[in-house]
Ligand binder design. Sequence first.
Ligand code: NDP
Ligand code: GUE
Ligand code: MG
Length: 282
Amino acid sequence: MTATVIDGKKIAHALRERLKQEVAELAAHHVQPGLAVILVGEDPASHSYVRGKEKACESLGIYSKVYRLPASVSEAELLHTIHELNESSLIHGILVQLPLPSHISESSILLAISPDKDVDGFHLMNVGKLQTGLPTFLPCTPHGVIQLLQYENIPIEGKHAVIVGRSNIVGKPLAALLLQHNATVTICHSKTVHLKNFTKQADILIAAVGKLRMITADMVKSGAAVIDVGINRVNGRLVGDVDFEEVRHVASAITPVPGGVGPMTIAMLLYNTVEAAKRLES
Ligand SMILES: NC(=O)C1=CN([C@@H]2O[C@H](COP(=O)(O)OP(=O)(O)OC[C@H]3O[C@@H](n4cnc5c(N)ncnc54)[C@H](OP(=O)(O)O)[C@@H]3O)[C@@H](O)[C@H]2O)C=CC1
Ligand SMILES: Nc1nc(=O)c2c([nH]1)NC[C@@H]1CN(c3ccc(C(=O)N[C@@H](CCC(=O)O)C(=O)O)cc3)C=[N+]21
Ligand SMILES: [Mg+2]
């Protein structure tokens, strides 16, 4: 078997074209969606992601403003910036790039963002809504994964989805979304004993760990759909968590890195920003 390679870049582009029309319709009503991104510290990968987000906003006609703050910024200063953005009429979405330096409490920062502007879906109120099945901003990467599966007509209902990774930004919210779509969900993590026993059972296997080639062909059931969220840098090149060249001969569908989940994450951020503007301006 040779897997279909899922073209996340193409699917993200199609979503962005739809959003572009929505932004134009909002402009006719004198509304321009606005996104604020707060980036603390000098991590080159974070700076590169944030540039991607800025460029994406620009191409759609979304206003964006990036706050680049030094790693030494105090929690109080960061909270002050967030409070100003909560009040700003130009800004509908606020994203604080994670991780934050260790002297800043991530949960205090995320709690300070107005839930109505929380386009990452990380505020506790929105996390609770997601778990409860109430409408809310869906976290971008998990939502992007669901969109990829749906676009490729990969069934979710009744299927066994196995997620490797249990972070608050990917693994856990993705489990909640897959459950909402009636998958049977298993979550694995670093203390899982004999990981392969679990991954081998997956109809849909999602890797969200951050470890190069940790999913090998022997861990994948023949015909599974394999979604690679991982981003690893090797000599300046990006590679995922899945051994792509091996696993593509076992899976029925597979996402590449780059060009898989990453572009979808950005598309869903734009989607949430447009949604926020529609809700706040209506
Ligand atoms: N494409 C995209 O849009 C995005 C990509 N990413 C990428 O996805 C990856 C995961 O990100 P994130 O969730 O933030 O990462 P975290 O580091 O927060 O979480 C990693 C998870 O992997 C688990 N883990 C670590 N080692 C193993 C192992 N040997 N076996 C099984 N599980 C293991 C950890 O377990 P434990 O909980 O026990 O420590 C943890 O739950 C990273 O490469 C990141 O760069 C992230 C966000 C968006
Ligand atoms: N508050 C917060 N929200 C996030 O959504 C968030 C975050 N913090 N911290 C870091 C992770 C990581 N992340 C990515 C987004 C896009 C790509 C992406 O566009 N990747 C491209 C390649 C981009 C490149 O070439 O650098 C691809 O996979 O094709 C990757 C990773 C969002 N994250
Ligand atoms: Mg990708």
